[in-house]
Design a protein around this ligand. Sequence first.
Ligand SMILES: [Zn+2]
Length: 310
Amino acid sequence: MALLIPQPTSVAAASSSTDSSVHLRRTLPVTFRVSGSQLRFLDNKPILLKSLDSFKNTSASSRAVKESQNLVVETSNKQRNTQVVENELDPFSEMKQRFLSFKKEQYLENMEYFENLAKEQKPKFMVIACADSRVCPSSILGFQPGEAFVVRNIANLVPPYQNGPTEANAALEFAVNFLEVQNILVVGHSCCGGIKALMSMTDDDLTSSNFIPNWVRNGKPARIRTQANASSLDFDQQCQHCEKVSINQSLLNLLSYPWIEEKVAKRRISIHGGYYNFVDCTFEKWTLDYKGSESKSDGEYSIKNREFWC
Ligand SMILES: [Zn+2]
């Protein structure tokens, strides 16, 4: 039985702490080291109770009973501590609290807004961002529910129209033709693994049927342009260069969709690029100058309204 009970000193340190992070840090090793797994620790209970029965059935002294009661209290505390650790380890526990906070502080405080939103959505923005967990458009740009129709994929790529259907252009079709968004914003970012994969591709990757190379080669024109214009840079700098070039390539690819170009030409939609640098937390934003790009040769473009937020 003793082998199944966590070491008292460690649990005591955990239970006396008021700092949850410290609590977690101190308690975790104990739980795993002694118990092997949390489930096994919880399984101690029947073993302990059986041992206590044996105390009662014998002519044990009151001291032994008292000690056993103390043991019950102590073990009960340990089990509660372990339960706390389990809750802290459950990713849905925190998620639940966040959701309930959202409901209390946003939904219930803005009932009319959310009731209207339940009937229809009219987002002004369609956002295409990378799937990277560090690049959440709603977090970094503050989009509220109903403000942006978002699709995220590896390297925030917009495939050209002629490449056929993907989830990215299905989302575009819905946002442009049904929701009638007024702006399309392609958001790239620093240290993009998808762009690195694009820049690292070998000749074999270019014909691979694996999903990642098969997807990122949608950005091949950006890779070619980067290799032509930034060959003197080291590989990481070339990747950073390509991160921005590929955003503009995606803006050009947006124009390959007839129903997008028509709306851009009529100024019913504007298309924008954004670059989020999460290393120094800056954001660069610009707009494709459609009229200004008309005189350019194929693959070239003009931009306007460039801003740097820092
Ligand atoms: Zn990325």
